[in-house]
Design a protein around this ligand. Structure first.
Ligand SMILES: Cc1cc2nc3c(=O)[nH]c(=O)nc-3n(C[C@H](O)[C@H](O)[C@H](O)COP(=O)(O)O)c2cc1C
Length: 214
């Protein structure tokens, strides 16, 4: 079983995320490859990003500036696969979600991990611009962001009374995405076990320091 963390990127009362979560968690369960933990940002009172090199502490188990950030980093680190559920706010991901990603950037918590994404919105674009925004951010965080996503437009009417998607493409797209996530999680677990290169920024500093000495 692969340890999957489902990150929920909205914390509003009466949020539409609660229409998507029951279907999505059932869908992941039916896939049977994943052992899932929900990291719902409404339950994580993360501070607005305030970290710096001096607040990380031990890079192998960073203390950061507050215990909740340390715990958040541990959760992301232990993940073998991630699934981000995001609404679209002002054509991007919510600040809440960006802040959660920023908080563990300095310890490279997402590096070399497969990340899938599901977006939704009350409009016709279904959060697709939040996904494009996520793609930019994912590159810098060195996530392996998967191409196949699920996009849910008009989220208020996207699920029937039993919580099933009204559009068959939603469920089919989720099957494709989860198959990809399984494939990538196996591949990357093996690759990480064989040894990872240190982050590029660390190697760059080391090369430049050696160049300065010689
Ligand atoms: C601050 C804010 C900005 C929004 N911007 C967009 C947008 O750019 N595109 C869109 O399709 N919907 C937009 N919406 C509508 C959201 O998609 C809709 O409210 C959705 O339910 C948000 O998810 P949530 O209820 O789980 O937070 C916006 C909503 C909020 C609160």
């Amino acid at each position: 079983m692969t340890k999957l963390k489902l990150i929920v990127g909205s914390r509003r009362p009466n949020r539409a995320a609660d229409l998507v979560i029951p279907w999505l968690t059932k869908k992941i369960e039916s896939h049977s490859h994943f052992e899932t933990e929900i990291l719902d940002l409404k339950d994580w009172d993360l501070p607005l990003f305030q970290e710096h090199q001096g607040s990380i502490g031990d890079i192998n188990d960073p203390t950061y500036s507050e215990p909740v950030v340390r715990e958040w980093n541990r959760k992301i680190r232990e993940a073998e696969a991630m699934l981000i559920l995001t609404p679209e706010y002002l054509h991007g991901m919510p600040g809440l979600l960006k802040n959660a990603l920023d908080n563990v950037f300095l310890s490279f918590a997402f590096r070399n991990k497969p990340v899938a994404a599901v977006s939704y919105s009350s409009g016709i674009a279904g959060g697709s611009r939040a996904l494009e925004n996520l793609a930019h951010v994912a590159l810098e965080a060195e996530m392996i962001l998967l191409r196949n996503t699920v996009i849910i437009p008009f989220v208020g009417s996207a699920f029937d009374d039993n919580g099933n998607p009204t559009n068959p493409t939603t469920d089919a797209a989720a099957t494709v995405m989860l198959d990809d996530l399984e494939w990538w999680s196996k591949l990357l677990a093996g690759a990480r076990a064989n040894g990872e290169l240190p982050p590029g920024s660390v190697r760059l500093r080391s090369i430049l320091a050696n160049t300065a000495k010689s």
